[in-house]
Every structure is written in C-alpha cells, then in structure tokens.
Design a binder for this molecule. Structure first.
Ligand SMILES: [Zn+2]
Length: 401
C-alpha cells in the first residue's frame, strides 16, 4: 500500500516539499508520522512543518486525544490555490477550475471542433478559464498550474502535438506559450488517454496499486500506462498506442493508418458503427452505437460484446507482458453499459497466465466523462506541488526575508 518509490525519494532528501507530498498523498497525518517515515529527528521535522504552515500549504487541527496528550493533525490546505484543466476532444471539450486536491470547483462543456485550430480553440479555452475562475470566486494569481489534454500524440517536454492525425494546424505548436503571459504557472500537456489514466489512478486506485492500464474505447482505441505510480510515456511518447496492434479477423479491414486489421479498425467505436450500418441500422459514429445499445438493440449488443472479446485478446497479451493490478475501461462505448467489459473479461481470464490474473481487477471507469478533466488537473497539481518546486519557493522567500 505504501508507495515504495516515494519512501526512497524522501529518505534521500527529507525536505519540506517531500513532507508535504507525504501528507498530500495520505501517508502521514502527524509530525510523529513524518519523523517515522523520513527517519529524521523531531526538530528537523518541526522546522519543515513550520515553513509549510507559514506558506499556508498545511493547516493543523487538534485531533482526537488518544488517552494522553492530544494529537495535532496536519492536513494539506487544498484551497491554497487552484488548477485550471482542459480536456479537449475531437468534437467535444470540458474545461474546469479545481482545488489543489483535484476537486472540481466550476466546470463547463461544449461541442467544439479541434479542427478549428490552436488559435481559435485556445482562445476559447482561455475565455472559459477566465469565466470559471470568476464563477469559483478565485483570482488569476491563485492559479498554480494548468493541465491540458488533447486527442493526439504529444511531445510532453515541449508541450506540443506531434503530427496529430485529427488535429490539422496543431503540429509543433507549443501550447504553454499561449498561457505564459496570462498566468504565472506551469502548463502541462498530454494526450487524452494519459490524462484519463492519471485521473482514474489518482482518484480511485492510488491506495491499491502503482501499476494499471486505462483503455479508452471511443472512435478509436488507446491505452494509458501507469507504471510505478507514474504515467509511462516510452522513449518518444508513443507508449500505449494499442489501437494499431494487428488482430485476427475473418475479413480484411483497412485501418486509418493504412495497415490492415488493426485493433481499432475491428473493435473501435467507428468500426462498430460501420458494422451496424451495414446491417441496416442508423449508425455513423460511436455515439450511435451507444444509443442502439441503450435501446436494447440485440445486434448492437452483440457487436459491442464481440468488440470486447477482440479487445480482450490484445489485453490478454498485455496482461502477461505488463502484469497490471487493474485494467480500467473508459470512453463513451464503455461508459454506456456492461457489454464491452463482459467481452473483455471473458477473454482475459481464459487466456492470460494464472499468475498474472491472480489479483487482476477489470473495471469500468468510475469517473466516466470526467476522467480526462480530473487527470488534467492532477497533472498540473503534481507538477506545481512537486517537492523541488515547494523547496525552491520556501528557500526564495527565506532569502528575500
Ligand atoms: Zn492502424
């Protein structure tokens, strides 16, 4: 349950920022906990806690007395600033202001075509940020971080999309630059599936595991990988691109990438819509598939269940390779009902090795369409409150005092 990596980091460098992280992540609630977990003396711990209290990052409350002296509980002050979060989809976007725990204070959604290009879309995002800050009663100078998810491959360090297939005009445009003179806060950009994985992990799974896969089944299929408690991006940021793994099929289907029988060409939302249209139903996009399933259309239920089995074939291999503790299935088709998940479960448990599935949990996304915006907020918060950032802020103020 304890995050071992965090423990090791903190033993190497027991700073105020590291102690704040132990409290924020629920590993410590008292000065005694901090002393125990860092191995440092009470006076060193007290000195760092005093600095965090002075910076209003912690608050202290008298806890329940345990027989002898009353215990003072240390809690993270989640209102010591806000995060701005945007989950930009191909045709639909959600924007929010959250507190520093990632809880949404104000949010809005809109149908917005990502193909309008960065100037128009980012101006829209910025207008919404300003409106939502006002609605939440917070000021721009309280913004500590900005997180943005986009539906395409991302150069994470540069904060820009890289040859994104469905985002004409966005290639190489650095998104942080757009917000740099508006907010004195870091701007983090990642792809839509990674932020969903992060949102689900931080909200529902962090206490249980450090290793999970989040699979989004929408128009296409993508996967976010949480390894060792962090998003794993790979050498070039392309990790998790499972949609173009080749699957077995009794017919040849050409994928948007030009290859044949890719997972998403057989089992993605668009592919399901096409199969249902061929059978005479009104279905153009994945939302139509969802609609038909909700109406109890037998053929639609069968198509979704079969897509789940095909997805399960690929995931069974990934389970053997990666040994995740959980696989979370999200995206509009998964959010709609249990059929997709049932197909996935059926295949994974029969194909994967027993050792890899002994503790494996397979679940639908509990955050549903809020997974992305929650993850974007978490991405911003974890960057803005990283131990090194907090230590620098405390040192800077001490130097100027
Ligand atoms: Zn493909």
């Amino acid at each position: 349950m304890m995050e071992v990596r965090e423990e090791i980091d903190i033993q190497r460098r027991p700073s105020a920022g590291a102690m704040l992280q132990l409290i924020r992540h629920g590993h410590a609630t008292t000065r005694a906990d901090l002393a125990e977990q860092t191995g440092f003396g009470r006076s060193t711990v007290a000195q760092h806690v005093t600095a965090l209290l002075a910076h209003k990052l912690l608050v202290e409350d008298a806890g329940p007395s345990s027989g002898g002296r009353p215990v003072t509980l240390l809690t993270f002050n989640t209102s010591a600033g806000v995060a701005l979060a945007a989950d930009l989809g191909a045709t639909h976007s959600r924007v929010a202001v959250s507190d520093l725990a990632g809880s949404v204070l104000a949010e809005t959604t809109a149908d917005l075509e990502i193909t309008l290009g960065p100037d128009e879309v980012l101006e829209w995002v910025n207008d919404r940020f300003e409106e939502l800050l006002a609605r939440a009663g917070r000021r721009p100078d309280e913004v500590r971080g900005i997180g943005i998810g986009v539906p395409g491959p991302i150069d994470f360090a540069a904060g820009c999309a890289v040859v994104p297939p469905i985002m004409p005009g966005w290639d190489g445009v650095p998104l942080p630059a757009y917000f740099a003179d508006r907010y004195d806060a870091p701007v983090l950009v990642d792809n839509d599936v990674n932020i969903m994985a992060l949102g689900e992990y931080f909200t529902n799974w962090r206490d249980r595991t450090e290793h999970l896969l989040f699979v989004k089944v929408g128009t296409g299929i993508g996967c976010g990988i949480v390894a060792g408690g962090r998003i794993y991006r790979g050498a070039d940021g392309a990790a998790g691109d499972v949609g173009h793994i080749r699957v077995a099929s009794d017919r040849e289907v050409v994928c948007s990438c030009g290859n044949v029988n890719c997972l998403e060409a057989i089992a993605g939302g668009q592919a399901m819509a096409r199969q249902l249209a061929e059978a005479g139903h009104h279905a153009e996009v994945s939302r139509d598939v969802v609609q038909l399933v909700r109406q109890g259309n037998v053929q639609a239920v069968q198509v979704v269940r079969q897509a789940g089995r095909v997805l399960g074939e690929v995931l069974a291999s990934l389970v053997n390779f990666f040994n995740p503790a959980a696989i979370i299935i999200g995206g509009d088709v998964a959010d709609a009902d249990e059929q997709l998940l049932a197909g996935v479960r059926e295949v994974i448990y029969s194909r994967s090795l027993p050792l890899a599935t002994r503790h494996l949990r397979i679940a639908r996304s509990a955050l549903e369409d809020r997974a992305g915006v929650t993850g974007a907020a978490v991405l911003a918060i974890e960057s803005a409150l990283a131990p090194a950032v907090i230590d620098r802020a405390i040192a800077d103020q001490a130097a100027s005092a």
